[in-house]
Design a protein around this ligand. Structure first.
Ligand code: ZN
Length: 240
C-alpha cells in the first residue's frame, strides 16, 4: 500500500495539478489531504472540486474554519484576513457545505491525520519545537501522524527523546512513532518554492518526501489580476 499525503494547497491550481500529475506516475493507492485547500490562492473553487475528486479523506484546516466563520479573524494577519474575505466571495453555499463536512482529525490503524496539533486540533497550534511535538506525541495512538499548517516539511521522531529530521526518506524503527509535517503544495515556506508531497508505505514503515516544480508565473499573474494582496504572488518564487 502506497498512501500519498498532501496539505496546504491554498487555492493554487497549477501546484495542485502538478502534484496530482506527479502522483499519477507514483503508483499510489490512496491520496489524503490535511486541509487549507482554500485561502490565499486565486482558484479555491477549482482546487476544492479537484480535491473532492481525488482525495479519499480530507481534514479541515484553519483557513477552512476561517472561511466558515468558525475561527476569529483577529487570529489572522491583515493579508490572511483580506484573503479570507476574498475566498468567501469566491465560494458557493455548496462549497461551504463540503468544507463544513470535514472533520478536524481522522484516525486509522496505521496513521492519524490533523492540520495543526494533536493536543488541541480545534486551535490550530503549530508543531515546530520538540516541546510542541512532545504535546502531540502524548495524544498519538498510531505509529504516525501526518500534519501540515506550518508549510515547512519536517519529521519528529519519538525514541527516548523527541528527535528532529529533515531527511527526505525516513524508515521507522519497530515501535518508533513519528509526527510528519508533509509541507505545502501551494505555498511552501522552507526556502524551496517547489510543492511538497509525502508518500507513506505502512508495510515498510517508510515515509518519503518529494518536491514537485510547477508554473509559478501563471499563478502569480492570476493572483495579481484577482485583487488578492500582491505579497501572495511575491512570496511564491522565494518559497517564503
Ligand atoms: Zn496553510
Amino acid at each position: 500500500m502506497r498512501i500519498a499525503i498532501i496539505s496546504d494547497i491554498h487555492g493554487n491550481r497549477e501546484a495542485l495539478q502538478s502534484v496530482l500529475d506527479f502522483l499519477d506516475h507514483q503508483n499510489v493507492d490512496r491520496i489524503l489531504c490535511l486541509g487549507d485547500v482554500v485561502g490565499y490562492g486565486p482558484e479555491p473553487a477549482w482546487c476544492l472540486t479537484k480535491i473532492m475528486e481525488r482525495c479519499e479523506v480530507v481534514v479541515a484546516g484553519n483557513h477552512e474554519h476561517a472561511v466558515l466563520g468558525l475561527l476569529d479573524l483577529d487570529y489572522f494577519n491583515p493579508v490572511a484576513r483580506h484573503a479570507t474575505h476574498w475566498t468567501r466571495d469566491a465560494l458557493t453555499e455548496d462549497h461551504m457545505k463540503i468544507l463544513r463536512s470535514w472533520p478536524l482529525t481522522h484516525i486509522e490503524d496505521d496513521f492519524t491525520l490533523v492540520h495543526g496539533s494533536l493536543d488541541q486540533p480545534d486551535l490550530f497550534d503549530y508543531v515546530q519545537t520538540s516541546w510542541e511535538a512532545h504535546l502531540s506525541f502524548q495524544q498519538l495512538k498510531t505509529p504516525v501522524a501526518f500534519i501540515g499548517h506550518s508549510h515547512v516539511p519536517v519529521t519528529f521522531l519519538l525514541s527516548d527523546v523527541v528527535d528532529y529530521s529533515t531527511e527526505e526518506r525516513v524508515v521507522l524503527q519497530p515501535g518508533q512513532q513519528a509526527i510528519v509535517n508533509v509541507g505545502s503544495v501551494g505555498q511552501p515556506r522552507d526556502g524551496n518554492p517547489d510543492s511538497s508531497v509525502v508518500i507513506y508505505e505502512p508495510d515498510n514503515a517508510l515515509i518519503e518526501r518529494f518536491r514537485v516544480p510547477y508554473d509559478i508565473p501563471t499563478v502569480q499573474d492570476k493572483i495579481l489580476n484577482s485583487g488578492l494582496p500582491e505579497f501572495l504572488a511575491d512570496r511564491l518564487p522565494e518559497g517564503r
